[in-house]
Design a protein. Sequence first.
Length: 91
Amino acid sequence: MARFASAFILVLLAWPAAAWDGSDGSSGNSVEIEKGQTVRRGREVEFYDHGTGSYRTIDVDSVHRRGRGVEIEGTDSDGNSVTLDMDGRDE
């Protein structure tokens, strides 16, 4: 029973740290949007680009469900179009 309680506590502690995984449509780099960010048209979203090792920000232009995933289209600070293909979420 103690083992179950310890495992349950570990799951609860790790839950808020979960991120939304996906990829950058143009570069193919893996990206993560941290939990707690609201992703919708007109909002600014920060994501971590594993290929460049840095955080990037886009202004969200559109959000579309694509099968089990989500496509987020936006514009970065340099005016470039960015498409993020995010994994489906069970939340």
